[in-house]
Write a protein that binds this ligand. Sequence first.
Ligand SMILES: [Zn+2]
Length: 389
Amino acid sequence: MATADLGMSLLSKLLSDFYRKSNAYFPDRIEEREFGIGDLERKIAYRHMQFKSDDEFRKYMIANAPPYVSCSSAYYHFPAGRPMSAKGWIGSELIFDLDANDMHLDCQKVHGGSWVCSNCLEKVKEETFKLIEDFLIPDFGFSDNEIMVNFSGNRGYHVHVKDDVVMKLDTDARKEVSDYIAGHGIDFEQIFREEMVRGSKIRKLVGPRPEEKGWRGKVARKFISIMNNGKESLEQMGIDKSIARKLYEKRSLVEMGIRNGNWDMVYIKNKADFWKSVIEKQAVAQSDRIDKNVTNDTGHMIRLAGSIHGGSGLIARKMAAYRNMERFDPMKDAVAFKEGSVKIITDTKNVLNMNGNEYGPYTKEEVVIETAPAMYLYLKGLAKVVAIE
Ligand SMILES: [Zn+2]
């Protein structure tokens, strides 16, 4: 923009104030972390930055007020070193980046990919709980205090695992972790096997029991839950209408069988496809993306927990314990700019819910609203700041 953008100067002031007052954006072992700084065009415009202390970092943040700040998942002897091999890698947190945008939700077809609604936020929260409670804790044995969760600042959550063993994992080992969580390479032939019933020609299908560890137990539990959800759930998994009805009617009996490892009550025609979809339902959604970009990369830069997201003005708020996510409402608990009002011209067909209030829809209107929703619309590219009230 040729003329000074009032929105941009307001944002700088708000960010500077925020970083002056907050104490919740300093990572552990700050002097061993690499930082990256972004503007509104590029989330990471500069990297290979190092800060020797919280105080030095705070001064930088107050003076520069960058819209985006990223921090390495890795600890280095020389975080500012270049190329990467000169940094002296010490270890990396295992991180997972869960984003509602990768979940292909129906609501996104209505409100578009750049908008975030309460359903998006709820669904991605469920996936995050699934990652932690169905995989990280039971299958990998991490404990609550080794798992740190923060809101991404926009439409997802970041999970950081800081266990000593994990820190040293190389890219291949990290890939094994993400493949496991994505359900890649699971052989359902190994989960089920046919056994001859002794003294007869009858074959019996033996499969996993719900209380078993790992993927076997997950498959059994998921099947029981799909079945108990009703015929429609079974049909959605590609089971014929008539079989779905039969399974649902006899669900108590079928469930009892499965609890004893006997899957003979379950007749499914396209077995391979069916089990593939059971596994997909139970895997953490969008884990394909987790694979490629984040979890496997030991030098990955991720939004600094406790900093502001420049695409929303919300705080990438840290949870004291992952279970606090349950009651966490990003559109209330991650709101940063709590003072004053702003006059904006805005055009949006979606309703913004923030702090228990509704804003919009607006059709090229001039409105005066509180700073946080005004900046949210501005940073989403849906509003122009006209005046600071
Ligand atoms: Zn949505």
